[in-house]
Write a protein that binds this ligand. Sequence first.
Ligand SMILES: Nc1ncnc2c1ncn2[C@@H]1O[C@H](COP(=O)(O)OP(=O)(O)OP(=O)(O)O)[C@@H](O)[C@H]1O
Length: 242
Amino acid sequence: MTEILKLHNLGKSFGAITVANELSFGLKQGEALGVLGPNGAGKTSMFNLITGTLKADKGTVTFDGKDVTRMSAADRCRAGIARSFQVPQPFVGMTVFENAMVAATQAADMKGSAAKQHCLEVLEQTELLHRANALAGTLTLLERKRLELTRALCAKPKLLLLDEIAGGLTEAECVSLISTIKKIHKSGVSIIWIEHVVHALLAVVDRLVVINFGEQIAEGDPDTVMKSKEVQEIYLGIDANG
Ligand SMILES: Nc1ncnc2c1ncn2[C@@H]1O[C@H](COP(=O)(O)OP(=O)(O)OP(=O)(O)O)[C@@H](O)[C@H]1O
């Protein structure tokens, strides 16, 4: 299987804080990769380095066979990288459908009836079609998470980056969102998902990467990674010798 994304020796520091220290891993076409790590480990910064809102001090980002390290965030989005934000960022005074149209027309360069049709299809996929005419500011938390997914998918991504999208949901809401994300994954979109709600992540991802202080401390199949001494000590705060 070909790699859709490759990070090679990616490095980034803010003064004394290193948020990425020689990060190197790949994502296969159609794969779902989970990212775990304690607060402040550098997970969101890694997304910013992938989307281009943060410039790397060193290393490279290759997407869909092209070196995009020096490419702007807007061009990377048009090339097929879209993300959801930890704190949903919709245009609250616009309807759900209008929010979707902004993403389809601005990020995917779609126009007229093709853009409208695309938005309707995505809203169906994200189970938000019945709220198409509601103002984004009136949505429940779960609906706002679904709108985040909608906006990202309207950009027609090949790679979808999810940043703690399950945070703050009830168990039942979380189960409902997991089912939607599984469907999106099955449709062929490659996914990298940062999440503290571990069971949600494990229900979807094929592989896990664990980051601590900007460093990759574990990578592999979810079972092995979750059982590893480093992850139990550093991420879960368990003394593996105790
Ligand atoms: N623009 C910036 N300038 C200075 N420091 C920053 C900047 N962005 C992030 N940091 C710092 O870098 C570290 C990593 O932040 P980041 O948001 O990437 O972590 P995270 O793993 O996503 O954390 P969380 O799980 O809490 O969201 C933190 O200490 C943060 O304060």
